[in-house]
Design a protein around this ligand. Sequence first.
Ligand code: PLP
Length: 426
Amino acid sequence: PTRADITYFGAGPAALPTDVLEIAAQALLDYNGTGLGIAEHSHRSELATNIINEAKADLASFLDIPANDYEVVFMQAGGTGEFAASVYNLIGAWVARQHAAILAELGAGADEAAVVAALRDRVEKKLKVDYIVTGGWSLKAYQEAIRLLGPEYVNLAADARTLNDGKFGKIPDPSTWKLSEDAALVYYCDNETVDGVEFPEFPAVLAPRADGSGPIVVADMSSNILSRRVPVSNYSLLFFGAQKNLGCTGVTVAVVKKSLLPPTTSQPSPALLRKLGLPVPPIMLVYETIAKNNSLYNTLSIFDVFVAGQVLKKLLKTFPDKVDGQQAVAEKKANLLYAALEKYPDVYRIVPDKSVRSRMNICFRVTKNGNIDESEKAFLKEATAQGLTGLKGHRSVGGIRASNYNSIPLEGAEKLAKFIETFATA
Ligand code: PLP
């Protein structure tokens, strides 16, 4: 088959728009008549800096990120690296706040050993990171926090599996979340790619209070960024890999609240962290280092930033009302697919609860003539024959998953919806 024959519903890496790939292919061979490809130019060159700055500005414009309050950084950590980065940076910020408070309490001439002892005591008694576990990816982030810090510092504030016989598919009522007082972070995954569970909206219990204080909220938006409006100001950190809704694999974006960076907040020194028994982060996961260097502390793949930048330019051109325009299309496509599935309840079972169905990853089971395995095999085989590919569910849960990212055109979703109907009735 050729590109034109296929609609690819893979969960990530996802399909990219063909016109963007054509520009990228040319740029790989010769960027802007320089005789050198974009992947060959120095990341320290002016053209690389321009590509970074334009992509940052276009992302901020499309999502309405308040540029005065937030820093956008490009990294190579992947979503998985951000599981660790969020822990390191936000416990660092927590320690910095406690350190300042203790210095204020003990006075300017305080003995350093006494300050460290007071800080260690506070770490042991009060340091907590909170996790809302609603699917496979927030579970992985929670497990990473335990691996880095030890279980004593990690609070499982909510576990969706307790609602559904040990399986994911619901979101516990936020009023039941057991949030710690003054947690260094509260973490959740806005869209669970494997389980097809998406937060319908920002959880109000995590909203900032009138005086501006409130929980330090971290969200993984790897699989739904750029598909709906985000109340950015409610977050201290949000992050996402590019490979689903933004660009190709290899670059990760972190949107960090500037008050967590110098001059307001500086990460504790490695020596202090060691005295406190806390882990010292690898330098390439320290946001203040990356931000200070405009994402160029070390070699960044400028090609990947370029592709993301081209996708953003295309989005800005397509949607004059920016992310609201893309949101309307994403909802239309998702509604189409869920409606097709709901028409045949004897054949299709949508996995997550209706209240938390993902617009991005549509997870369902297929049973025709009583045999689920055979039915799903047949569904995948016939879909593939019609150019509808990448529909196999994640290996950990099985079933079918249609990933409805931004690059899936409306016609692609229509084609799949039609196939869902004809398969059920054939
Ligand atoms: N978070 C979510 C929601 C994901 O879907 C994924 C990957 O699919 C990850 C994190 C992990 O990302 P990466 O593979 O870039 O580490």
